[in-house]
Design a protein around this ligand. Sequence first.
Ligand SMILES: Nc1ncnc2c1ncn2[C@@H]1O[C@H](COP(=O)(O)OP(=O)(O)OP(=O)(O)O)[C@@H](O)[C@H]1O
Ligand SMILES: [Mg+2]
Length: 414
Amino acid sequence: MSIPAGLSDLIVHNSDFGLLVIDRYERVVVWNRWLAVHSGIAETTALGARLTDLWPEVSGTRAHGAIRDALHHGRAGFISHAFNPMPFPLRGLAGDRFGDPIDQLCLVRALDSDDGTRRCLIQIENISSAVRREKHLRGQIRELQETKTRLETQGRDLEEMARRLRTARDDAQRANRAKSEFLANMSHELRTPLNAIIGFSEMLESGYGGSLSERQASYTKDIHDSGQHLLQIINNVLDMSKVEAGQYQLFETAVDIRDVTRTALSIVGGQAADRGLIVETLLADDLPLVMADERTLRQILLNLLSNAVKFTNSGGVITISGGIDPAGDIAIHVRDTGIGIPEEAIGLVMEPFQQANGSFSREYDGTGLGLTISKNFVELHGGTLTIASEVDVGTTVTVLLPKSRVLDETSAGL
Ligand SMILES: Nc1ncnc2c1ncn2[C@@H]1O[C@H](COP(=O)(O)OP(=O)(O)OP(=O)(O)O)[C@@H](O)[C@H]1O
Ligand SMILES: [Mg+2]
């Protein structure tokens, strides 16, 4: 069945790809509308003209070779886009004007008619958008590969950094352990002769080795006091290093804060009286028992009270108060009417070996460890230690123990 001529014309001119037929002299026989639109050459101009006259730039190209192959040897072929992306000077449309050159995929075939003449059919497809998409995809793939490479490098860097941090941490832990062991050993080594010094000076003082002259007794007392002072420092340093190494163990029992306060006062009370200070205790009647390490709690109060005594001048007042605050926590305040701490030094004095007046003089003795240790001890109990102070007015140190440490009457077995 042959297609009626009118219909085949319709098909040829309405197809959305280029259809070009040329005879063996390379003269145009068919030039469809698509070609006219994309080449800018009207069908009437094209028909009968030689292809290389219409498009001189095609002469001698691969595309030209493929056409000749079809015309002279009857070989079909296609013009590879990879080698020849734009074989013919065709352009896309941008509105009513020419746009960019278009990427083409061309099929070339020989058409042999019954009368023995041979023609060449060239079918040209616009593949610009597919090429653009592919280019875009290739771009994305390249970016993804670059990202992957970058992430792999970063991953390796991070692993290396983690390895170095682990090594540094291990080194630090080893050094810290060595420091703690050294301090523990040193403290032990120092305490043994120190106990002998304290013990023998006590014996001398008590007249056990014979009566002493007034001057000898005074020297002996100095030896004894200095020994005690040194022992206190050694104990503080040891406690500090234990807390820092995370090795300080709390021995928790039900503790009565009133008892602890009484014991602490019995130790510093004499000193307070010697310095002409008034000490008041204002503990709430309903002060409950708390779950705490008694020795540690006593040490905290002792440190705070000895500071209050040390930094308050004659005639001053020291007050210890305590009770349950509105949040249900236990609050203990040690207040004095002493010299106070300058505002800018309040943070500093809680650091180890720091003293507010350290830069001026050695008027007050001490190592600057009492507050640091007390703060650490309170924090081991899950509490907080804060300081409020005003120079020449006084200082209040507040210890808060969390309400989880409060024992009600039933749990305290009362
Ligand atoms: N109640 C206070 N009034 C005024 N200043 C204080 C008071 N308590 C502490 N300070 C200041 O904080 C500093 C640090 O106190 P901390 O108890 O840590 O050390 P220290 O008393 O000097 O020595 P240590 O307690 O080790 O014998 C003190 O040197 C002092 O300057
Ligand atoms: Mg102190």
